[in-house]
Design a protein around this ligand. Structure first.
Ligand code: WTA
Length: 658
């Protein structure tokens, strides 16, 4: 699919689906919230903050923007994130409510009530403290999707230690660079996990990461998950030894509203990943409010399932924090959607009677490819809200989600009269929580559009000069006012924070996404406008992969582009110029793909590596990625008149035919 075709589809999309009366009548999120927030934005957030959280000390000021672009929200307030997610529900008599239904890939299950989860977190907090972790220390978390991941994050939050979760799919090198950047004192990991029916190791990557001296790690706590043999060094401690032995008594201290809660690394336009810093009060408020309103959460009856891994921000905000703050019951699944069969997700929804499903377009497109017969064979009648996140959802996938999943009313083939509403949620690691989304009981939803700013959030689309565009026009997505869950900076690099987000336009946050307002003023997201690719909803930087390729002795120069892909949204395609001829029989393409996989992680492995004699460059030496994208997507090559050497594209075309 080409860019122009995507735009074309969007501009012809005129369908809109109003919520049913039945849904609206019971909905939590109300149209009146937009008006209330418009009239008194800060008053609205202050009121929400007091309603969704329990504060040890009430805040004195809602927003302090005097040191813009660094915000302080709910100034003077003190609270504990773990207490809000756990203890208070137990104190309120909800100790027996299920917090987590865990399902491992091999089919093992564990259920945690709020009372049990509270105990586990208290034990983990005591265990980490006994290992010398104190408030403000950084803890690297390198775990699969198992309950210990949530327990570890909440135990850190309880103590006031700052967690830095590193996605389990990232390499040892990527883990080490994140450990070093944050000077982590403790690493929490597992022997391994299960992937497509086979044990998959994690601990060896930690060992490799810590092999070279010079790091700050004092202890490594290892969860026994898949039972695979693992080397055990002087830093290593078993989770079941240190945590199980710890006391179940732990007083949650009150932390400042602006105390850092976590650092999460994400790809930017330049080489090194940025450590996005989030703090406590504002982050939790916006997470909890949006989780409640966007998903129409009725915590007493709903079963919520967000399929994101805790390695990504969605897993932070909408698995670990917001659902528990809201007292919800949620499902956590460890494995892949096709193990042991392609109906696993639908089987889980049927089994746990999931009522709210939050997933990514790439998953939906995969299920489309596998065919509707698979979900049609399950009873999905419990579903009542469907969410999407991570990348623009194309109207075809949106309609499939609605028609196939949203109308499923049981195995007998009966269909729901009122399809389940779909909420397409736009946000970023940096924004911490939903920013643009329909409200399922209010908004007439449009296939492919995230549509409207969350109440109390100020979104706009502007032109090159920063002027608001008219309805019907496109431009750059910006955020005009500070918001509670906004990032507070980049770990250790405030200048980079300012230049990345606040220098493109005066007094506006630049998101890096292109967007369009339709005739109704609804917002359609059009993908990144910078050098960030989006592969299966995961952010990857072209520069980071180029640097990795160029670091290989065979490679003289490299250019990476994201080519449109029907399933993963984009796929990584690398063009390389070799400086050394590979030895006889060596598969240079495989070598380079594996090199990137090892350097950054398997998700960054280029789908294709194309060896070319030259790269197209402008006279000033800039690589013209646009032309390479044309080649990678099999299109007629566009305007190449600014190339310094007009023959280059012909040479590339010829080398591709070989
Ligand atoms: C993209 C994920 C269109 C966007 C929560 C953004 C989306 C980047 C949507 C952030 C959506 C996320 N529609 N695009 N509903 N959701 N994106 O930091 O390009 O991993 O800038 O946060 O994903 O990715 P991140």
């Amino acid at each position: 699919m080409s860019d122009s075709k995507t735009l074309d589809n969007l501009s012809h999309e005129t369908r809109a689906f109003a919520p049913s009366k039945e849904f609206s009548d019971q909905a939590i999120g109300q149209a009146s919230q937009y008006a209330a927030a418009k009239e008194d934005r800060l008053g609205y957030w202050a009121q929400q903050a007091r309603s969704v959280l329990t504060w040890d000390t009430d805040f004195a000021e809602t927003l302090d923007w005097s040191e813009a672009p660094v915000a302080k929200w709910f100034v003077g307030g003190k609270l504990n994130a773990a207490y809000n997610a756990l203890d208070r529900h137990v104190e309120n008599g909800l100790g027996d409510r299920v917090a987590i239904y865990f399902e491992g890939e091999p089919g093992d299950t564990r259920t945690y009530t709020y009372a049990q989860l509270t105990e586990e977190v208290k034990k983990a907090a005591n265990a980490f403290e006994s290992l010398g972790v104190v408030k403000g220390d950084r803890v690297a978390v390198y775990l699969p999707m198992i309950p210990e991941a949530v327990i570890t994050m909440l135990a850190c939050a309880r103590i006031g230690a700052i967690h830095s979760v590193v996605f389990g799919g990232f390499s040892a090198d990527a883990l080490r660079s994140r450990i070093d950047d944050a000077d982590a004192k403790l690493v929490v990991t597992a022997d391994g996990t299960w992937r497509r029916g086979k044990p998959s190791a994690l601990k060896p990557a930690v060992d490799a990461a810590l092999e070279k001296p010079g790091h700050t790690v004092e202890n490594v706590v290892v969860v026994k998950r898949n039972g695979e043999q693992t080397a055990f060094g002087p830093l290593d401690k078993w989770w079941h030894e240190v945590v199980d032995a710890a006391s179940t008594e732990h007083e949650a201290p009150a932390h400042d509203s602006e105390h850092p809660l976590f650092v999460l690394y994400t790809s930017g336009t330049t080489g090194t990943p940025k450590g996005i810093v989030h703090t406590t009060g504002g982050y939790l408020v916006q997470g909890a409010v949006t989780h409640r309103d966007t998903f129409d959460l009725h915590p007493e009856t709903d079963v919520y399932w967000c399929t994101a891994d805790i390695g990504w921000v969605t897993g932070h905000s909408y698995v670990t924090y917001a659902p528990l703050i809201n007292g919800a019951t949620q499902v956590i699944y460890e494995g892949t959607p096709d193990t042991p069969h392609q109906g696993r997700w639908w089987e889980l929804i049927e089994k746990y009677k999931v009522s709210i499903l939050y997933t990514a377009p790439t998953a939906i497109r995969t299920f489309m490819k596998w065919g509707r017969d698979i979900p049609d064979g399950y009873d999905l009648s419990s579903l009542r809200v469907l969410g999407s996140v991570g990348e623009p959802i194309n109207p075809e996938a949106w309609m499939w989600y609605r028609d196939v999943i949203g109308t499923n009313n049981g195995k007998n083939g009966e269909r729901k009269e009122n399809p389940t509403p779909i909420v397409d949620t736009w946000w970023q690691t940096e924004t911490g929580a939903h920013m643009i989304t329909p409200l399922p009981g209010v908004t007439a939803t449009k296939p492919g559009s995230a549509q409207v700013a969350v109440p109390g959030i100020s979104i706009d689309v502007v032109d090159e000069a920063g002027q608001s565009v008219a309805d019907g026009e496109g431009g750059f997505l910006v955020i005009r006012e500070p918001w509670p869950a906004m990032l507070r900076g980049i770990w250790g690099d405030m200048e980079r924070y300012k230049s990345t987000y606040w220098s493109r336009f005066d007094d506006m946050y630049f998101a890096g996404d292109g967007a369009k307002k339709d005739e109704d003023g609804d917002i359609w997201l059009l993908g990144r406008v910078d050098d960030v690719m989006n592969v299966s909803g995961h952010r990857l930087s072209t520069t980071e992969i180029e640097s990795s390729l160029v670091a290989h002795p065979y490679v003289a120069e490299a250019a990476v582009v994201g080519a449109k892909d029907e399933t993963t949204g984009e796929a990584v395609v690398a063009f390389v110029i070799l400086q050394t001829e590979p030895a006889e029989g060596e598969d240079v393409v495989a070598i380079l793909r594996n090199h990137v996989g090892k350097d950054i992680g398997p998700i960054a492995k280029p789908r294709h590596v194309l060896v070319v004699p030259e790269l197209p460059k402008t006279r000033s030496g800039k690589i013209m990625r646009r032309l390479l994208k044309d080649v990678a997507e099999g299109r007629e090559v566009g305007d190449s008149t600014t190339l310094s050497d007009a023959d280059v594209m012909t040479q590339i075309a010829q080398s591709m035919k070989k």
